[in-house]
Ligand binder design. Structure first.
Ligand SMILES: *Cc1c(COP(=O)(O)O)cnc(C)c1O
Length: 402
């Protein structure tokens, strides 16, 4: 057996089968490239679902992590540490907000937002105890906890995990009328992805997000933007909502905030909203730890210059122009997305998203399917134009486009 086959067989024997990885075993990576255990190089067009916006082994991020590793890595929140205040201040500033509540994974940021919105509903809005409702969208992806899968519409993500957490109302994504009709006096929040990543990079109709903003403001309801995948440069702006000129009440950040080095997530909001918490009411042992703060501070510094956002916008225009040329030729049906982020619906006759991904793997390009015949393209923002073009050439080869 090859080194690849041995590693995969062993992983399959000893790990739960909650994923179905492509058959490649990565040993090292740099920038937009990964190398497998047999020395083959692959172009990474997934970037860890946007956790690797700044590329693999980004020198600035690795240096920040190394320097912090040698000083102090964990204090727990029982004590202050000397990176915490800077992290919170600078992240709040990047978001033009006032306060930060740090956690680790994206799902924890979503859970924190749910708790914040409910507490705000009872303490500030005056919703009767136990009655708070949060409105979410169909085809959402917000994570994997029991509460979060309770409001998923994906049977794969949800089935067999009941009893489900009550208090959520699901409306069709992009439908403002349905959202208006679902609102009651007990609605405390609307939780949305500005672009739905896992659903296939779905961009809502123009006017929808500003409409959500207006409606939530009118009805004294919090607008929670899950920018865990869409945020921090991916779409060509710091936040996907910026394209619509919309400012939410709460940003949920994760993935790229940890620079592909450590898991870092956060809820970023106003002092009025995050001010609902008192000591002991919420927390996490690892949330806001020194190593996480040091890496995230470097991520924030990199985003402050705007260079990565600009790169994502420029290369994204190029990516969408090139993919657009394939539409209508019988191979690609639709392309959606913004910036360096595209959902590509391949003609089902050419194969499932999984089959296309496997054929791309054979061509040394790594992507991942979402659903059906859709693949997602989301390279690290540090990818060169030449490498992106090389990847697009491989895609044309796989689709047999001359
Ligand atoms: C990935 C993701 C999450 C969950 O993040 P984890 O770190 O995997 O828990 C939540 N929301 C969105 C939009 C995501 O893309």
């Amino acid at each position: 057996m090859s080194a690849t086959e041995t590693a995969i067989a062993s992983a399959e024997a000893h790990s739960a089968h909650n994923y179905h990885p492509l058959p490649v075993v990565v040993a090292s990576a740099e920038g937009a490239w990964m190398t497998d255990v047999e020395g083959r190089r692959y172009l990474d067009l997934l970037a860890g679902y946007s956790a690797l916006n700044f590329g693999h082994g980004n020198p600035r991020l690795i240096d920040a992590a190394k320097a912090q590793l040698e000083r102090v890595t964990l204090t727990s929140r029982a004590f202050h540490h000397d990176r915490f205040a800077d992290f919170c201040t600078q992240l709040a500033e990047l978001c033009s907000m006032e306060m930060v509540l740090p956690m680790n994974t994206g799902a924890e940021a979503v859970e924190t937002a749910v708790k914040t919105a409910r507490k705000w509903g009872y303490r500030v809005k005056g919703v009767p105890d136990g009655m708070a409702k949060i409105i979410v969208a169909s085809d959402n992806f917000h994570g994997r906890t029991t509460t979060i899968v309770s409001f998923s519409t994906d049977p794969e993500a949800r089935a067999d995990y009941g009893p489900y957490t009550p208090g959520f109302e699901i409306v069709p994504y992009g439908d403002l009328t349905a959202l208006r009709e679902a609102m009651t006096e007990n609605t405390v929040a609307v939780l949305l992805e500005p672009i739905q990543g896992e659903a296939g990079v779905l961009v809502p109709p123009a006017g929808y997000l500003p409409g959500v903003r207006e409606l939530t403001r009118e009805r004294n309801v919090l607008f929670i933007a899950d920018e865990i995948q869409s945020g921090l440069g991916r779409t060509g702006k710091t936040f996907a909502l910026e394209h619509e000129g919309v400012v939410p009440d709460m940003y949920l950040l994760g993935k790229a905030l940890g620079g592909g080095v450590v898991p870092v997530s956060a809820v970023v909001s106003s002092a009025e909203i995050l001010g609902v918490f008192r000591p002991g009411e919420h927390g996490s042992t690892f949330g806001g730890n020194p190593l996480a703060c040091a890496v995230a501070l470097e991520v924030i510094a990199m985003l402050r210059t705007g260079e990565f956002q600009e790169r994502a916008a420029e290369l994204g225009d190029h990516l969408h122009r090139e993919l657009g040329l394939l539409v209508g030729g019988g191979t690609v049906e639709t392309v959606r997305g913004r910036g360096l982020w595209a959902g590509v619906d391949i003609a089902p006759a050419l194969g499932t998203g999984r089959e296309i991904s496997e054929r791309l793997l054979a061509e040394r390009v790594l992507v991942k399917d979402t659903h059906g015949s859709t693949i997602r393209i989301a390279p690290p923002l540090v990818i060169s134009k030449e490498d992106l073009d090389w990847g697009l050439d491989r895609l044309r080869t796989v689709l047999s486009v001359p």
